[in-house]
Design a protein. Structure first.
Length: 405
């Protein structure tokens, strides 16, 4: 199945804001959200909040069914061009049983963006529905002044830039100032030099593949759940470029989480890994942060770059789940190019040109089922001209349409 990229947003479009996890009730964040809405208005956009954005009880904005419904109401509303998360949080996973697959599939896809706990929902939409999503700052970050380039990059993608190049930043927020001691519209406190690191001490390296990832703390909640379609998703592509970041897992907990992902087969066709900066690197006895990375990745023989501009230690890149990506590392710096490409030429052969699903074609590998059946002319006529001769129609479409005339 192809990756479905949402339409670009235009000036005067409505950006829906919802709270699938935390609500925004702390005065600092509430004022920052207000300023973000003002700044977006100045940039030419209208915003609309769901009812639960500014409520909070027991670490959630509202009950799970309500959170799911408020998201789906925005998804169904044709006047809403994209959906922004108001905050991260703790318990987004509770809404997954209440997300109606028919609602997602039967309406045009929209850009959904956010990170932290929200990255779980991005990952779920991409791996379950093949819809591209953005892992990047939540909407209140538009409330800083001046707006940092990393935040403006989000808008560039939403506005339709199809080839996105982001380079490593010069400085990051090595010393975080408590919200009680900073203004609601303050920008990042950039104190430390950005330096990407190669796990195997190479001075340069390159990685390419389909991009997928998010916050490790919450992605592991999918393991063993019916919503984990990671292996099926990854099998559609020749290789994956994983990006992962740790918010607050201890070093041993991080190892356990990555070990679970690996044992579940998530990394089976990984071409490489980008690991975001983290403030959680403390050793436990003699077990160090780098021990975790080496124990997980050493036997995979793929590049691993860590301390990348991804995650909870800002600023961070905008990562497009499902995009075709190329990353280049040179002497402590890095650059990522992301293209909104539905599929590569060799991937196109495996996709039914009528329904867009896997055609299970075995041509060139073994005897294929399609060599033993006859396709009626009216089914051949259903194939778009630009797809004819490039890919097999799947068995489901053959059975569905062969007696329709």
């Amino acid at each position: 199945m192809i990756i479905k990229y949402p339409k670009k947003i235009n000036k005067n479009d409505i950006i829906g804001i919802t709270a699938t996890s935390f609500g925004v009730t702390i005065p600092y964040y509430s004022s920052r959200l207000d300023n973000a809405i003002k700044n977006l208005k100045d940039l030419g956009y209208v915003t609309r909040e769901t009812a639960n954005v500014r409520t909070m009880n027991k670490l959630v904005s509202s009950d799970a069914k309500t959170r799911a419904k408020e998201f789906m109401d925005l998804w169904k509303d044709e006047k809403i061009s994209c959906i922004a998360q108001a905050a991260g949080g703790e318990f987004l996973m509770e809404i997954l049983p209440y997300v109606d697959a028919n609602v997602i599939n039967n309406h045009s896809p929209k850009w959904v963006f956010g990170y932290s706990d929200s990255s779980l929902f991005n990952y779920f939409l991409t791996t379950n529905f093949n819809i591209a999503t953005l892992t990047c700052d939540n909407l209140p970050s538009f409330g800083m002044e001046p707006i940092h380039k990393s935040i403006l990059d989000i808008l560039s993608i939403l506005e339709g830039k199809e080839v996105i190049v982001q380079e490593s930043f010069e400085l990051y927020e090595g010393v975080s100032i408590a919200k009680e001691d900073r203004e609601f519209n303050s920008t990042y406190n950039l104190t430390d030099k950005v330096e990407y690191k190669h796990l195997y001490n190479k001075s340069s390296d390159k990685i390419s593949g389909r991009l997928i990832g998010g916050c490790i703390d919450v992605l592991i909640q999918l393991l063993g759940m019916p919503y984990d379609k990671t292996k099926e998703f990854c099998k559609q592509f020749d290789g994956m470029l994983w990006y992962l970041e740790n918010c607050e897992l201890s070093t041993p907990s991080l190892y356990r989480a990555l070990w679970q992902m690996k044992q579940a087969g998530w990394f089976d066709n990984a071409n490489g890994f980008l690991i975001g900066r983290t403030s959680s690197k403390e050793s436990v006895m003699d077990f160090e942060y780098l021990d975790t990375l080496h124990k997980i990745f050493d036997d995979m023989n793929v590049p691993v770059i860590y301390d990348v501009d991804i995650g909870h230690v800002p600023p961070q890149w905008t990562m497009i789940n499902g995009a075709e990506a190329e990353f280049e590392y040179i002497n402590g710096k890095g650059k990522i190019l992301q293209r909104m490409v539905s599929m590569k030429a060799n991937e196109e052969k495996r996709v039914c040109p009528i329904c867009g699903k896997d055609n299970n074609c075995q041509h060139g590998q073994e005897s294929c089922w399609c060599e033993k059946v006859k396709f009626p002319q009216h089914i051949i006529d259903m194939i778009p001209d630009d797809k004819k001769g490039k890919a097999c129609v799947c068995k489901s479409c053959l059975e569905k349409y062969q007696n329709s005339y």
